[in-house]
Design a protein around this ligand. Structure first.
Ligand code: C5P
Length: 234
């Protein structure tokens, strides 16, 4: 199986309250984008990695990712997430006919097993993403008033990497573009197309690091693992 990873790292990360773009912040001494890129480089199905970064950071990102095997390109992202993904797609060679994995660089602790599971499901079924079931009771709230309790049995939180046969994602993006749909993830474009998206089991470790508290959580996790390595790790 051949997969190409697009790591989107061009967001401003305003909720983090830092001056650096979020994906360039370090987690336990290593920038998120570099950690994410290393995870994809280790995944057997991944042949190449494209990083999408803020326009002013291309040189810095090239330097940061210089030692990552399988790095193919570093390109400038856009205003919205879908613009950044589109920029990444333009860097995919025309001859490529495998699976594209779009991943938030802000999820630097993604496991190789999860990358492989999504790549496999996407190759077999066309489109796949990892999800986490919701454990809390979910309310619809407006202006600090509860409108209703939502049945959570069919609800799940979407993670990345989201995987697609390239032909499926290209068609989905073209239609979403034509119809002016604002996408918060890539699977949404395939849903808009009316085609199947398969859900695989996500991972709590693959959390998106959005706030300073998320960063502290990730550092604590890595510190604990440094003290007590998981089986098979140094
Ligand atoms: O803002 P949010 O947390 O949803 O961003 C998810 C991922 O998408 C991040 O890794 C961010 O860098 C990326 N992104 C991007 N281009 C944008 C907005 C977000 O690459 N315009």
């Amino acid at each position: 199986m051949h997969a190409l990873a697009i790591l989107v790292a061009a967001g401003r990360g305003e909720r983090m309250g830092a001056r650096e773009p979020k994906a360039f912040l370090a987690v336990a001494g290593e920038p998120m984008l570099l950690r994410a890129a290393r995870a994809f480089a280790q995944a057997p199905s991944v042949d190449g990695i494209v990083a999408v970064v803020p326009a002013g950071r291309i040189g810095a990102a090239r330097e940061m990712l210089g030692g990552v095997p399988k790095l193919r390109d570093v390109v400038a992202g856009g205003e919205r997430r879908q613009d950044s993904v589109q920029a990444g797609l333009q860097a995919v060679p025309p001859s490529f006919d495998g699976v594209v994995l779009v991943h938030d660089a802000a999820r630097p602790l993604v496991e190789v097993e999860l990358i492989e599971a999504v790549a496999r499901a996407a190759a077999e079924r066309g489109a796949a993403l990892p999800v986490l079931r919701l454990v809390d009771t979910v309310k619809r709230v407006r202006d600090a008033r509860v409108l209703e309790t939502v049945d959570r049995t069919t609800l799940a939180a979407a993670q990345t990497p989201q995987g697609f046969r390239l032909s499926v994602l290209r068609r989905a993006y073209e239609k979403a573009w034509r119809d002016g749909v604002l996408l918060t993830d890539e699977a949404m474009a395939v849903e808009h197309l009316g085609e199947e998206v398969v859900a695989v089991a996500g991972s709590p470790r693959n959390r998106k690091l959005t706030t300073p508290e998320d960063l502290a959580w990730a550092e604590g996790l890595l510190r604990r693992e440094g003290l007590h390595p998981r089986a098979g790790e140094e």
